[in-house]
Design a protein around this ligand. Structure first.
Ligand code: 6PG
Length: 465
């Protein structure tokens, strides 16, 4: 019986597309719990590629070369545990399970360590690029058992997006390193998406522009940014609704959903004591958007009476600066979180390599990743991207321009939460002096929590009254 190089479990659209992608270079067997999905895939999506459809779990596993490589493309959370439990009776020592979903990194640590006791090797692999990326080449972020990765690296490299620097995949580190990096990728994604949403809000509410004009503006800016998220924003602005003939963006309800990765980035950043305010603003903005009914009620009573008078020609360059500035800060926050996590969890991350594999295939691919790689090539221990010579002058200049933008937005009652958060992150991180001396005094005043002095060693308490 023919044996296949890899098995893919889970034929959602992502799973189907990844299977088709892998099948271009490797033999693959697929399995899905609902049989009709597998039949549908084989009959309607597969042309000439040799993809084996398995309809029984046992047949699926036994059709694989040993050590077996089983890739899970299923919903994160409990389903992953259930599927692993279902597979275990058919697996043998040294077989490899690869979780290609957006699993929480702590779940990945737990699964990896439990399976290690059973002799099964585990890889937690972040995959970015959506449905298109899965089919044509995603960015792949593997972590976990290193010798297991060596046995699947050719499959991953063939499937990944390619730049002139190589395939957008690299072994990132032990344990949950891959899923952690993917989580932070998504955190940055939330931050940049929100910055774009805020700039769109300013364009429509303060500058009173129509979507098609905004589409032109985003497309023009993107000649400099080369950012996937800016590119799709430009395209979204141009899209007509076939039902009404109006612009579709105007018909989409302003309630954003989320599946958790942005929230996890913020939760873990707080656990590790690292501030990521721009990313946090992205998460918070989705929460604020979700309470639409309440916002509608409030707006009836709290009408904004002001409208800033601004000149479109003057404001457009400032908005472009805000997009550049806030995007760089979102990456800077993400990389700082990665650095903190790498030290805390012994991931031993290579930041230049992470920026390299994000250069194509993934959702946050953009021109900014090139100078980020340069910055880490010059100094792998860089504490923050804001002081890298590739960014510091531009950030300083942009920070001044953004101030005007924020003022006119506030006058018009338009929240620029993420842009503001990025500016304050930058201003805090470059402040020699912050007012935390007052916080310490207050803590000591009401709770005798003590403080340190600038002019003496040790801890001190004062009877304040
Ligand atoms: C990617 C995306 C992908 C997914 C997000 C969406 O990198 O390809 O990030 O993983 O689209 O999970 O997340 P939300 O539903 O939380 O916006």
């Amino acid at each position: 019986m023919k044996k296949y190089e890899i098995g893919l479990f889970g034929l959602s659209v992502m799973g189907q597309n990844l299977a088709l992608n892998i099948a271009r270079n490797h033999s693959i067997a697929v399995y899905n719990r609902t049989t009709s999905k597998t039949e549908n895939f084989i009959n309607n999506k597969v042309d000439n590629q040799e993809i084996k459809a398995a309809y029984e779990l046992e047949d699926f596993v036994s059709s694989l070369e040993k050590p077996r490589k089983v890739m899970l493309m299923i919903q994160a959370g409990k389903p992953v545990d259930l599927v692993i439990d279902g597979l275990l009776p058919y697996l043998e020592k040294d077989d490899i399970i690869i979780d290609g979903g957006n699993s929480h990194f702590e779940d990945t640590n737990r699964r990896l360590n439990n399976l290690k006791e059973k002799g099964i090797r585990y890889l937690g692999v972040g995959i970015s690029g959506g449905e298109y990326g899965a089919l044509h080449g995603p960015s792949i972020m593997p972590g976990g058992n290193e010798n297991a990765y060596a046995e699947v690296s050719d499959i991953m490299e063939d499937a990944a997006a390619k730049t002139e620097k190589g395939a957008c995949v690299s072994y990132l580190g032990p344990q949950s390193a891959g899923h952690y990096v993917k989580m932070v990728h998504n955190g940055i994604e939330y931050g940049i998406m929100e910055v774009l949403a805020e700039i769109y809000d300013y364009l429509r509410k303060v500058l009173q522009l129509k979507p098609a004009e905004m589409g032109d503006i985003f497309a023009e800016w993107n000649q400099d940014f080369e950012s996937y998220l800016v590119e799709i924003t430009a395209k979204i602005m141009k899209k007509d609704d076939p039902k009404t003939g109006r612009k579709l963006i105007d018909l989409i309800l302003d309630k954003a959903k989320h599946k958790g990765t942005g929230k996890w980035s913020v939760q873990n950043a707080l656990d590790l004591g690292t501030a990521i305010p721009t990313i946090n603003a992205g998460v918070n903005a989705r929460l604020m958007s979700a309470i639409k009914e309440e916002r509608v009620e409030n707006s009836a009573q709290l009408k904004n009476s002001n409208q800033a008078v601004v000149d479109k020609k003057e404001m457009l360059p400032l908005l472009k600066s805000a997009l550049y500035f806030s995007s760089v800060i979102a990456y800077a926050e993400g990389f700082k979180l990665l650095k903190t996590a790498s030290e805390e969890y012994d991931y031993n991350l290579n930041y230049r390599e992470i920026a390299r594999i994000w250069e194509d295939g993934c959702i946050i691919r953009s021109g900014i990743l090139e100078p980020i790689q340069e910055a880490f090539s010059e100094n792998m221990d860089l504490n923050t991207l804001i002081i890298a010579q590739q960014f510091r002058t531009q950030l300083n200049a942009a920070a001044e321009e953004i101030t005007d933008l924020i003022t006119t937005a506030a006058q018009s009652g338009v929240p620029l939460t993420a842009v503001h958060a990025a500016l304050d992150y930058f201003n805090s991180l470059k402040s020699e002096e912050l007012p935390a001396n007052l916080i310490q005094a207050q803590r000591d005043f009401f709770g005798a929590h003590t403080y340190q002095r600038r002019d003496d060693e040790g801890t001190f308490h004062t009877e304040w009254e």
